[in-house]
Design a protein around this ligand. Structure first.
Ligand code: ADP
Length: 469
C-alpha cells in the first residue's frame, strides 16, 4: 500500500476526522446525559423534601412529630420504593428514618448524619459499602415559631449508572464499527472518484508516437478531471501536429533529396570515367562519389523510415514462409560475407508461415545479416535460425563479432545511434539500420531484442506472431 497516494491520504484524513468528530460527539452525549439524569433525580428528590417540609413539618405544632413520621412513611412507602427518608431535629436527634429497602440495596444506619449547613437546599452523593451510590437531597426547614428540621430524601443512583454503562458499552462497540464502515466507505468512494484518473493514466500510457491521434477519455462532469482531460487532449493535439510536421519534413526532404543525389552520383560516375582525366582529379572524384553514395544511403534510409512511420509496413500483407525467406536472403547475403571470409549457416528447415509485408520483413533479415557481417571480423561465423515457440515465430541472427558494450545495448535501436562512430565499420553507416528493423517489427506486432557480450558476439531475436492459416 502506497501511503503517499492520494487515495490513502484522503481515506486516512476522512476516517481520522470523522472518528475524531464521533469520539467528541459520543463524549459530549455521554457526559451530557449523565448530568441530565443525575440532575433530574436530584430535582425530583428535592421536590419531595419540599413536599414533606411544606405539607407535614409546617404543621408539626398542631399534628405532632409522630404524625409527621407516620404520614411520611404512608405517602412514600420508602422500603417498598427503595428510597431513603430521614427527618432530624436541629440537634441531630431523629424524628423519622426509613427502614432498609426490600431489595437490601443499602442500610439506612450506614448513612452519616448530614453536616450542619446554612443552605436551604443541598445534595450529596454517598458511596455505600455494597458499592451502590445514594443521591440524597436535603432541605433545612426554618419557620418562625417552629423548631428547625432537616429533611433528607435519597434514591439509588444505580439505575442511572446502569443505563449510562449500557450506553457506554453500545458506543464502545459502535464506534470501531463506525470507523470500519467510514474507512471502507471512504475507500470505495475515493476509488470511484479517482476511477477517471485511472482511465486517463491507462490511456495516456498507451499513447505513443504511433497513435498520437488517440485522445484521453473525457467524462462530461464539468469538474477538475474534465478540465484536466481536455487540457491534456489539447496538448496531445499540439504534439501530434508538431510530430506530423516533423515527419512530413523528413519525408519531403528525403524524397526531394533523392533525385538530385541520383543525378549527382551519375554525373560523378561519368566524370570519374573520363579517359583524359588527371589521376589526381580521378581520385578526388572517386572520394566525392563515395561520399555521395554514403549520403544517398542515409537519405534512402530516412525515406524508408518516413514511409514506415506513415504506416507503409501495414499494407500489402501476405502469408508466406519465414524459413524460406530466411534461406533465400542468407543465400543472397552470403556473397557479401564471403568477401570477409565469414560463413553464414542457415538453420531454417521447417516451414513457418507468418503474415506480413514480405518486402519489409526481408529488409529486417537483410539489415540484421548486414550488421552481423559488418561487425564480425574476417573468418567469423554467423548463424541464422528460424524457430517456433507457442504462437510465435522466432528469427535469430547470431554472430561471434565485436559485440555491443552493456551501456550501449539499450540504445542501439534508436535512430542515428552508433556505438562508436570512429570505428571503420560504423563510420560508413548512419545508425538507422536497427531503427528500421524496430519500426518494421512494431508494425507487425513483433518484438525485437538483442543480447550481446562485448568482444564475443551478439544475438538479435525477432519474435513474430505466427500465421493461423
Ligand atoms: P548502422 O546501420 O549504422 O549499422 P544500426 O542501427 O544497424 O546502425 O546499428 C546501431 C549500432 O549497433 C551500430 O553502430 C553498432 O555499433 C551496433 N550493432 C548493430 N548490430 C551489431 C552487431 N551484430 N554486432 C555488434 N554491434 C552491432
Amino acid at each position: 500500500m502506497n501511503m503517499r497516494s492520494i487515495s490513502f491520504r484522503l481515506v486516512a484524513w476522512h476516517a481520522g476526522l470523522l472518528t475524531g468528530i464521533f469520539l467528541l460527539l459520543c463524549a459530549v452525549l455521554y457526559l451530557d446525559l449523565r448530568y441530565f439524569l443525575e440532575n433530574d433525580l436530584r430535582l425530583s428528590q428535592s421536590r419531595r423534601t419540599r413536599q414533606i417540609a411544606n405539607t407535614l413539618i409546617a404543621h408539626v405544632k398542631q399534628t405532632g412529630e409522630p404524625y409527621v413520621a407516620s404520614q411520611t412513611k404512608a405517602w412514600y412507602d420508602p422500603e417498598i420504593n427503595d428510597r431513603f427518608i430521614r427527618i432530624t431535629r436541629a440537634d441531630g436527634t431523629l424524628v423519622y428514618v426509613s427502614g432498609a429497602p426490600k431489595d437490601g440495596s443499602f442500610d439506612p444506619a450506614e448513612i452519616p448524619i448530614f453536616p450542619p449547613t446554612t443552605k436551604a437546599e443541598s445534595s450529596r452523593k454517598i458511596k455505600l459499602s455494597g458499592g451502590n451510590t445514594l443521591l440524597i437531597a436535603a432541605r433545612n426547614f426554618k419557620s418562625p415559631g417552629n423548631p428547625d428540621y432537616l429533611v433528607e430524601f435519597g434514591a439509588l443512583l444505580d439505575p442511572v449508572e446502569t443505563m449510562l454503562n449500557h450506553l457506554f458499552l453500545q458506543l464502545a462497540w459502535g464506534l470501531p464499527l463506525a470507523v470500519v464502515i467510514i474507512t471502507v466507505g471512504g475507500y470505495l468512494l475515493v476509488r470511484r472518484a479517482l476511477m477517471p484518473v485511472e482511465q486517463i493514466t491507462r490511456t495516456a500510457e498507451g499513447i505513443t508516437q504511433h497513435n498520437l491521434s488517440e485522445r484521453l477519455p473525457v467524462s462530461r462532469t464539468g469538474d477538475e478531471l474534465e478540465r484536466l482531460s481536455l487540457s491534456l487532449n489539447r496538448m496531445i493535439t499540439r504534439l501530434d501536429e508538431a510530430f506530423q510536421n516533423s515527419k512530413r519534413f523528413v519525408a519531403d526532404a528525403s524524397h526531394d533529396l533523392r533525385t538530385p543525389l541520383t543525378i549527382l552520383r551519375g554525373e560523378l560516375e561519368s566524370f570519374a570515367q573520363e579517359a583524359q582525366l588527371a589521376p589526381e582529379l580521378r581520385d578526388r572524384a572517386g572520394s566525392m562519389l563515395e561520399e555521395v553514395v554514403h549520403l544517398g544511403k542515409i537519405v534512402d534510409q530516412l525515406f524508408t523510415l518516413s514511409r514506415l512511420d506513415a504506416g507503409e509496413a501495414q499494407t500489402e500483407w501476405t502469408t508466406f514462409d519465414l524459413s524460406e525467406l530466411a534461406r533465400t536472403t542468407a543465400e543472397q547475403m552470403s556473397l557479401l560475407a564471403e568477401d570477409k571470409d565469414i560463413s553464414i549457416v542457415c538453420d531454417a528447415q521447417q516451414p513457418v508461415p507468418v503474415n506480413g509485408n514480405r518486402v519489409r520483413l526481408k529488409q529486417v533479415v537483410v539489415n540484421l545479416l548486414d550488421n552481423a557481417v559488418k561487425y564480425t571480423p574476417a573468418k567469423g561465423a554467423i548463424q541464422l535460425r528460424v524457430l517456433t515457440a507457442n504462437d510465435h515465430a522466432i528469427l535469430e541472427v547470431e554472430d561471434n563479432g565485436t559485440g555491443v558494450p552493456p551501456d550501449a545495448l539499450p540504445h542501439i535501436f534508436e535512430r542515428f545511434y552508433r556505438v562508436d562512430p570512429a570505428r571503420s565499420a560504423e563510420s560508413e553507416s548512419a545508425g538507422l539500420g536497427l531503427a528500421i528493423v524496430k519500426s518494421i517489427c512494431t508494425a507487425h506486432g513483433a518484438e525485437v531484442s538483442a543480447e550481446s557480450t562485448a568482444g564475443r558476439g551478439s544475438c538479435f531475436r525477432v519474435k513474430l506472431p505466427r500465421s493461423k492459416d
